[in-house]
Design a protein around this ligand. Structure first.
Ligand SMILES: NC(=O)c1ccc[n+]([C@@H]2O[C@H](COP(=O)([O-])OP(=O)(O)OC[C@H]3O[C@@H](n4cnc5c(N)ncnc54)[C@H](O)[C@@H]3O)[C@@H](O)[C@H]2O)c1
Length: 258
C-alpha cells in the first residue's frame, strides 16, 4: 500500500506509539491526522511534522468525535491507513484482582470501562474508517486501505489484576481475522500489533532509566524496554506489505509474562 497523497488517521496520535507513527508515516509522504485529547502535545507535533499534518481533538469515548476525526482524514484523503493507538480516561474505580485482598469483587463498571476504551472504541474507529475507505478508488493492487489496531501481550498472557485489560486486548486479537475476512471484498486489510513493554507517556511518572530498571529483566533480548519507533516501524511495514492481513504480530523482545 503506497501512502503518497493519502491520509492516515492515528488515534492517540500525540502519544508514545501514535507520535512515533505520525513522524514515520509523514516522512513516507502521508498526510497524517493526529487525533487525541492532548491538545498541546498534538498541536506541537503537527507543527513539528509539517507536511500537511493536522491535529484534531478526538475523544475516544465519544462516537461523534471519532466520526469527525475519520471525516477530517477522509477529506484530506483518500484515507489509506488507520493506526489506533489511543489510551483513555481513568476508570470509574480501582482496578485489581477479580476478588481483592479485602474479599471484594472487581466492579463490573471497571471491567466495562476498560473494554470500552481498548476494544469497543477500537471497533468504532475501525468501522467508521472502513466505511470511509470503502469509498476510495482502489489502487492498482486492488487495495483501498489498511486498519491497524493495538493489542498487547496482555491479550495473550495477562498478569494478575489485569482481567479487564486482557479481555479487551484479547478481543482485538480475536476480531482481527474476522475483520480481515469481512473487509476483504472491499480491499481493506486488518492487522493488530501486540506490543510488550515500551517506554511511552504511559510511564510518565518514571524516567526511562527507572522504567528500564523495572521492566528490562522480564525481556530476554534486547534487554531493555521497546522504543516507540520500533512500533512505528512495524506499523509502516504492515502498511507497505499487502500480504500481511488478518493477524496480530507480537513485538516484545520475546517477553512472556507468567
Ligand atoms: N506502552 C506499552 O508498553 C504498551 C504495551 C502494550 C500495549 N500498549 C497500548 O498501546 C496504546 C497506546 O499506548 P502508549 O503506550 O502509546 O500510551 P501513551 O500514553 O503514550 O499514548 C496514549 C495516547 O492516548 C491519548 N488519550 C487518552 N485519553 C484519550 C481519549 N479519551 N481520547 C483520545 N485519546 C486519548 C493520550 O492523550 C495519549 O496521547 C494503548 O492502547 C496501550 O494499551 C502499550
Amino acid at each position: 500500500m503506497k501512502l503518497e497523497n493519502g491520509s492516515v488517521l492515528i488515534t492517540g496520535g500525540a502519544g508514545g506509539f501514535g507520535g512515533a507513527t505520525a513522524r514515520r508515516l509523514a516522512a513516507k509522504g502521508a498526510r497524517v491526522v493526529i487525533a487525541d485529547v492532548a491538545d498541546e502535545r498534538g498541536q506541537a507535533l503537527a507543527k513539528e511534522i509539517g507536511n500537511g499534518a493536522v491535529y484534531v481533538r478526538m475523544d475516544i469515548m465519544d462516537e461523534a468525535s471519532i466520526a469527525n476525526a475519520v471525516e477530517t482524514a477522509a477529506n484530506i484523503g483518500p484515507l489509506r491507513a488507520v493506526v489506533a493507538a489511543h489510551g483513555g480516561p481513568p476508570g470509574p474505580g480501582p482496578g485489581g484482582r477479580v476478588v481483592g485482598r479485602d474479599g471484594k469483587r472487581l466492579s463490573v463498571g471497571v471491567f466495562a470501562h476498560s473494554v470500552y476504551v481498548f476494544l469497543t472504541a477500537a471497533f468504532t474507529v475501525t468501522s467508521y474508517a472502513a466505511e470511509a475507505m470503502a469509498k476510495n478508488e482502489p489502487l492498482e493492487s486492488g487495495q483501498r486501505g489498511v486498519i491497524i489496531n493495538t493489542s498487547s501481550i496482555a491479550g495473550f498472557e495477562g498478569q494478575p489484576g489485569l482481567v479487564p485489560y486482557s479481555a479487551a486486548k484479547g478481543g482485538i486479537i480475536g476480531m482481527t481475522l474476522t475483520l480481515a475476512r469481512d473487509m476483504a471484498p472491499l480491499g481493506i486489510r486488518a492487522m493488530a500489533i501486540a506490543p510488550g513493554t515500551f517506554f511511552t507517556f504511559a510511564y510518565g511518572q518514571m524516567t526511562a532509566e527507572e522504567a528500564n530498571a523495572k521492566f528490562a529483566a522480564s525481556i530476554p533480548n534486547p534487554k531493555r524496554m521497546g522504543e516507540p519507533d520500533e512500533y512505528a516501524l512495524l506499523a509502516e511495514q504492515i502498511i507497505e506489505n499487502d500480504f500481511l492481513n488478518g493477524t496480530t504480530i507480537r513485538l516484545d523482545g520475546a517477553q512472556r509474562f507468567q
